[in-house]
Design a binder for this molecule. Structure first.
Ligand code: ATP
Ligand code: MG
Length: 243
């Protein structure tokens, strides 16, 4: 005869389960870290080559190199401290300044691929958040747009806000995403690229949600893809802190 009884989890078992959970989440975070390190490593190498070749904008490039190294340091710190995004790290900043950084960061790649970047933002699109992480989201979206266009095309970034939210769109003139794939693109490890990890959008979505926002994709085949990023717009009190 079969009989069932519940087996109480002893301390050791609970300890092991917690340990396993920590290892799983460390594994996930490491995969994310490796993904996010690929971008700065590529850009650092590119900028060092440019400086060596004696191109213009040298000062700006030193600044970007410094920023990217800081970003890598912060990413490592987040992994080692096992930290979820710390809200005390949040600062008030603008989407405008992030887009300026993006224009410098991607300048050479855009030129090489003959892609025009059009940025049309309302002044002072403030938001409250972790600058390093929101930059990661923009890098992932712009990198995907460039990879989709491949050669010759445009990327349009627009931004507006109302009293409650700000909305940024990043639109490309790439081939678009088949309807059947659209609902999967933000799943971890979904990729259609030979050397893609499929983590870029998944991490971006998580970051945006940690900022109490939303990331939505719309796409039309042979016309292009548009990502809409919505974030809470800071209240008047918070904005009043700007000196
Ligand atoms: N702008 C876009 N145009 C067309 N397809 C896109 C676009 N952005 C994302 N995709 C599709 O979504 C998939 C998942 O994107 P995601 O950024 O998560 O990973 P990936 O780009 O494939 O890999 P990785 O980010 O590691 O380089 C892509 O492989 C691609 O099929
Ligand atoms: Mg990607």
């Amino acid at each position: 005869m079969l009989s069932f009884r519940s087996i109480p989890l002893d301390n050791n078992h609970t300890h092991l389960t917690r340990h396993a959970e920590r290892l799983i989440s460390l594994g996930e975070m490491s995969a994310g870290l490796v993904h996010e390190f690929k971008n700065p490593i590529t850009s650092l190498r590119g900028f060092i080559e440019l400086i060596r070749a004696g191109v213009a904008y040298e000062e700006e490039y030193y600044q970007v190199i410094g920023d990217e190294l800081n970003r890598m340091e912060r990413l490592t710190h987040e992994l080692l401290s096992f930290a979820k995004p710390q809200h005390q790290d949040w600062e008030l900043m603008t989407i405008n300044s992030i887009c300026q950084d993006m224009a410098i960061l991607f300048r050479q790649q855009l030129l090489t691929h003959k892609i025009h970047l059009n940025v049309d933002l309302t002044d002072n699109l403030h938001f409250l958040g972790n600058r390093c992480q929101i930059k990661q989201v923009f890098i992932n979206l712009i990198k995907n747009a460039i990879e989709a266009i491949e050669e010759e095309g445009s990327i349009y970034i627009t931004g507006i806000h109302d009293t409650r939210e700000l909305h940024v769109t990043i639109k490309d003139t790439g081939p678009g995403i088949p309807h059947i794939q659209l609902s999967n693109i933000m799943e971890a490890f979904f990729t259609t690229k030979q050397s893609g990890t499929g983590l870029g959008l998944n991490m971006s979505k998580k970051i945006v949600e940690d900022h109490h926002g939303k990331l939505i994709a719309t796409s039309k085949l042979n016309e292009g893809t548009m990502f809409t990023l919505s974030l809470p717009y800071p209240d008047i009190q918070t904005l009043g802190q700007i000196s």
